[in-house]
Ligand binder design. Structure first.
Ligand SMILES: [Zn+2]
Length: 245
C-alpha cells in the first residue's frame, strides 16, 4: 500500500463512523442568562428591567475628544468588571484613532458599540431617507472598523425624536431608541464636583446613565464614580447584557 492509499484509508476511517452513526453536531450550550434575557423592546427605553442583580447601564456618547475616549478605555482596561455602552458618532475621527486600543474590549463584550448617527444631526429635522442615511453610515462604520452589529440600539442626538423618527429608524433596523434615567451632565461645561453630585443622584439599581466623551471632566472624577458603584453594590452592564437582539 503506497502512502496515498494509506492516507485515503485513514481519512475514510475517520469519516465513516460519524456518517454511519448519523449523529448531529452537538448544539452549543447557551448559558441560562442568555436564554432568560428579554428581547430588545420595540419602543423607547429609559431604564433597565427589574432583575435580582442591582444593575446600572453606564452609557457614553459622542467621542468628540480622543483624550476622553482614551481615559474611558484606560479605566475599562484597569477594571475588567466594568462594562459600558458607547454611542458612536461616526464622523468623529477619534473612533478611528482609538480603534486598535478599543477593539479588544469590543471583542470581549466589555464595551458595546451602539449608534449615535453619523453627524449628530437632529433627526426630527430630517426626511426618512436622511434619517436612514445617518444611521446606516454609522452602522457601516461600526461594522467595518470594529466588526460588530450595532442594531437595534440607537440614541437620537440631543434626545430629540418623534414617532416619525422612530418609524424611520426602525425601517433600517434600529427599533430600540435608548434614552436615559440620569445624566452626568457633561455634554457642556460642568465641574467635576457637579458630575459627582449628579452621579450620587442617579447611580441606582435599574438606572440608565448618559455621559459624554467630549471632555475630561467625568474622567477627572472616575475614582469617585467607581467608589459610588462599589458602595451601592451596583453591577455595570452593557445593553447586550440586558437584552437579546
Ligand atoms: Zn450626542
Amino acid at each position: 500500500m503506497d502512502r496515498r492509499e494509506l492516507f485515503k484509508l485513514s481519512a475514510s476511517s475517520l469519516l465513516v463512523p460519524a456518517l454511519t452513526e448519523g449523529r448531529l453536531a452537538p448544539v452549543e450550550a447557551q448559558p441560562l442568562s442568555v436564554l432568560t434575557k428579554p428581547w430588545a423592546p420595540r419602543h423607547t427605553v429609559w431604564s433597565l428591567p427589574q432583575s435580582p442583580v442591582r444593575r446600572l447601564a453606564w452609557t457614553v456618547d459622542d467621542g468628540g475628544s480622543l483624550s476622553s475616549l482614551k481615559s474611558y478605555t484606560d479605566l475599562l482596561k484597569r477594571h475588567p468588571y466594568l462594562r459600558m455602552t458607547f454611542f458612536v458618532t461616526s464622523t468623529y475621527s477619534t473612533w478611528r484613532s482609538i480603534h486598535r486600543y478599543l477593539q479588544p474590549l469590543v471583542d470581549t463584550g466589555q464595551v458595546q458599540l451602539a449608534n449615535h448617527t453619523h453627524t449628530h444631526a437632529d433627526l426630527t429635522r430630517l426626511s426618512s431617507t436622511q434619517i436612514g442615511h445617518e444611521l446606516n453610515s454609522c452602522r457601516h462604520f461600526i461594522y467595518e472598523y470594529y466588526g460588530v452589529k450595532s442594531q437595534p440600539f440607537f440614541r437620537p442626538p440631543f434626545g430629540y425624536y418623534n414617532d416619525y423618527v422612530i418609524r424611520s429608524a426602525a425601517a433600517v433596523g434600529y427599533y430600540t431608541p435608548v434614552m436615559w434615567y440620569g445624566t452626568l451632565g457633561d455634554s457642556g461645561s460642568i465641574t467635576g464636583h457637579r458630575v459627582v453630585e449628579l452621579a450620587k443622584a442617579y447611580f441606582h439599581d435599574e438606572a440608565l446613565i448618559i455621559g459624554h466623551s467630549n471632555n475630561l471632566t467625568a474622567s477627572s472624577r472616575f475614582d469617585d464614580l467607581l467608589k459610588l458603584i462599589r458602595n451601592r453594590a451596583l453591577k455595570t452592564v452593557t445593553l447586550n447584557d440586558v437584552w437579546r437582539s
